[in-house]
Design a binder for this molecule. Sequence first.
Ligand code: FMN
Length: 211
Amino acid sequence: MTDEGRAHLAGIIEGRRSVRRYTANPVPDDDVERMISAFRWAPSGSNKQPWFLIASRNAAFNAAAAGAVRDEVAGIVRRAPGFAQTGENLVRYATFFEKAPLVFYVAGEPQPSRWRKQLEALLPGHPAAGASLSWLVSTAAAIQNLLLTAHALGYGACWLGAPLVARERLERHLEPPDGRRLTAIIPVGRPAETPRPPARRDREETCRRVD
Ligand SMILES: Cc1cc2nc3c(=O)[nH]c(=O)nc-3n(C[C@H](O)[C@H](O)[C@H](O)COP(=O)(O)O)c2cc1C
């Protein structure tokens, strides 16, 4: 890769922001496919590709998903009024995706790892035995590929975890293939805001070199 290419890549990585407001401009098929392709080409543990992606430009479908989040939070607040303030914030950060012209719904597939299962059988209680998070971190890599590609194409996007408060309700609406678990929602559109980069923690606090 040339110096120019490297500088461009760093610019894409560092210039990506979580964008939460979008213009109504539709996202054309070619760009949707570029984002899908970036998602599919992520690395994954044992190359299991433990994910499923739903790309929706259907405003009614997306509004119904946001409605599911509101209904779930309203139900929680009815049962636990102390959650009212948190619920209000959660809804604010969990439902704006309905205003985006394109929404991706990401479902990961929790999968056991063969070697961890074997270890569990042979040495129960070993710290590496049992459940694996490989499916989740692999799906996260795919999400980041998608976000970077969206940014490189001039779109704004945002990784949303807050809607998972209504995961089961959302899964009834989205109907991902069996065994897939909703992991994130990602609205995408031309940016209608230019957010300032939120500060990063000090390098020394988050990185260490061993030479
Ligand atoms: C796992 C995860 C979940 C997130 N969930 C939400 C969310 O539900 N709503 C939201 O508005 N932003 C969400 N974000 C975006 C973060 O707030 C954002 O990445 C962070 O503030 C840093 O800003 P930047 O993405 O512009 O660098 C989430 C990000 C990640 C990685």
